[in-house]
Design a protein around this ligand. Structure first.
Ligand code: ADP
Length: 396
C-alpha cells in the first residue's frame, strides 16, 4: 500500500502521453464549439426564414417536408402543423405534376431560374414562381406568389384585345366612308354623300364614348372622381336620355322606348352628369341586348330616402351565374362576339361604381331569354327650394 502510493507519486509522468491528451481535449473543445456555433447559425438562419416574404420549404430525399416557413403558410393558407413530416405530394396535391418543371440547382446562385407554375390549393388556383436548391439530404424550395400579377396580366391582355377590337370597328367604318367621299372617279349623289357623312359622325361619337368610358373607369379606379351637387330636374333628365337614345337608334323604331313615372317628380340634389351616364349605359345595354326588338321601359319612382330608377327590356336576359360577374371590369358574357354585339365590358362597372360613389346601388333581376331589369337606388334628396315650397304649402 505504501509502495503503491510511492509509485503513484514518484512515477515519472509520461510527457508525450500528457501532451497528446491535452491536444485531444483542446481539439474536442474546439469541435464542440464549432458544432455549437453551427447549431446557433442554423437556428439563426431558421429564425431569418421566419421573416422572409418568400415561401421556403425543405424536402428531404424521401420527399418528406422538414420545414415550412410562415410565408409558405401565408401564401398557401396551409398551416405548418398540417404539412410537417408529411410527403410533399400528399400535403400539396398537384405537386407531382409541377415538380418536373421546377428548376433545381446544385448550389445557390444566380443560375437558379424560377418556373411559374399553377398549384391548386383548396379549390383556389395559385400561381407560384418556384425554384429549388439541393442540399445534402434533400432540396430547399423557395417560392413567390404571382397570382395577383397574373390576374392583372390577364386583365391587361383582355383590355388590349377588347379595346383594340372596339376601336378598330368604328375606325374602319370612318376610313371606308372617307375613302369613298374622296374618290374623284365616282359621282356621289347628295343623299349618298350625306349618309356617308352621318356614318362618320355616328362612328366618331362611338369612338368618343369608348374613350370616355376608359378614362372614366380610370378616374374611378384612381379615386379621382369629383361629384358635384346641383339641382336635377329628374323628369327632364330622363326625357333627355330617351331622346338621345332615340337619336342614336336613327329613328329605326325597332325598339320602343317608354318612360313610366308617377307624374311630375320633385327636383333633387345630385350630380346630373353622373346620373345621366348611369341611365344612358343601362338604356344603351337594354337596346343593344334586345336583338329581337321589343319594349324598353324606364321607370322612375320616389322611394324611402331617395329615388328608384328601373330599366327593363325583353331581350336576351342574363343567366343566373353571370348576374354578379357582369358588373366586373371588362367582363363580357360573350367576349367572342358570337351574338355579334360589341362592347368594352366597362358600362356596368361604371354604373355600379358611380352609384356607389353616390351612396346608392345597382342590381339586376333577369331570366335568360326573357329580358332583364336593372334597378338603381339613389339617396337623392329633394332640392332645398322644393323642401321650402313643401314646407310653405304644408303650413298654409
Ligand atoms: P358591354 O355592353 O360593353 O359588353 P357592360 O359592362 O355594359 O359591357 O355589360 C357587361 C355584359 O353584361 C355584357 O357584355 C352583356 O353580356 C351583359 N348585359 C348587360 N346588360 C344587359 C342586358 N340588358 N341584357 C342582357 N345582357 C346584358
Amino acid at each position: 500500500m505504501r509502495g503503491g502510493a510511492y509509485d503513484f507519486v514518484q512515477k515519472p509522468i509520461d510527457r508525450d502521453y500528457f501532451v497528446a491528451s491535452l491536444e485531444r481535449a483542446i481539439r474536442m473543445r474546439r469541435l464542440d464549439r464549432q458544432v455549437a456555433d453551427q447549431q446557433a447559425l442554423l437556428e439563426q438562419h431558421a429564425r431569418l426564414l421566419e421573416h422572409v416574404d418568400n415561401g421556403v420549404v425543405l424536402v428531404d430525399a424521401e420527399q418528406t417536408i422538414l420545414y415550412w416557413n410562415p410565408a409558405a403558410e401565408a401564401i398557401t393558407g396551409i398551416p405548418t402543423a398540417s404539412v410537417l413530416g408529411r410527403p410533399v405530394a400528399e400535403a400539396l396535391p398537384g405537386w407531382d405534376a409541377i415538380v418536373g418543371g421546377v428548376p433545381v440547382s446544385p448550389e445557390p446562385g444566380p443560375s437558379a431560374r424560377d418556373a411559374t407554375v399553377p398549384l391548386d390549393v383548396a379549390g383556389r388556383e395559385l400561381w407560384l414562381s418556384l425554384s429549388g436548391v439541393e442540399f445534402d439530404g434533400g432540396v430547399v424550395y423557395a417560392f413567390r406568389n404571382l397570382t395577383e400579377e397574373r390576374a392583372l396580366d390577364e386583365l391587361k391582355s383582355e383590355f388590349v384585345a377588347t379595346v383594340s377590337h372596339e376601336l378598330r370597328t368604328p375606325l374602319s367604318a370612318i376610313y371606308g366612308c372617307a375613302q369613298t367621299l374622296r374618290r374623284s372617279d365616282v359621282e356621289l349623289d347628295d343623299g349618298t354623300a350625306q349618309r356617308l357623312l352621318e356614318v362618320i359622325a355616328h362612328e366618331c361619337e362611338r369612338l368618343t364614348r369608348i374613350v370616355g368610358d376608359i378614362l372614366l373607369a380610370n378616374q374611378l379606379d384612381a379615386g379621382r372622381l369629383r361629384l358635384v351637387q346641383e339641382e336635377i330636374e329628374v323628369d327632364a333628365l330622363v326625357g333627355e336620355v330617351v331622346e338621345q337614345m332615340r337619336a342614336a337608334l336613327d329613328g329605326g323604331g325597332r325598339i320602343e322606348l317608354a318612360i313610366v313615372s308617377p307624374g311630375r317628380l320633385k327636383p333633387v340634389v345630385g350630380d346630373a352628369d353622373k346620373l345621366r351616364q348611369i341611365l344612358l349605359n343601362l338604356v344603351d345595354n337594354a337596346v343593344k341586348y334586345s336583338p329581337e326588338g321589343g319594349r324598353v321601359e324606364i321607370r322612375v319612382e320616389p322611394r324611402e330616402g331617395g329615388l328608384r330608377f328601373e330599366v327593363s327590356d325583353q331581350g336576351l336576359g342574363i343567366a343566373h351565374g353571370e348576374q354578379q360577374r357582369i358588373f366586373g371590369k371588362f367582363y363580357r358574357v360573350d367576349p367572342n362576339l358570337t351574338r355579334g354585339v360589341g362592347g368594352t365590358g366597362l358600362g356596368l362597372y361604371i354604373c355600379r361604381e358611380l352609384a356607389r360613389r353616390m351612396n346608392g346601388r345597382v342590381s339586376v333581376t333577369s331570366k335568360e331569354g326573357q329580358g332583364s331589369t336593372f334597378v338603381v337606388d339613389l339617396p337623392l334628396v329633394a332640392a332645398r327650394s322644393e323642401q321650402q315650397a313643401t314646407a310653405v304649402s304644408q303650413s298654409a
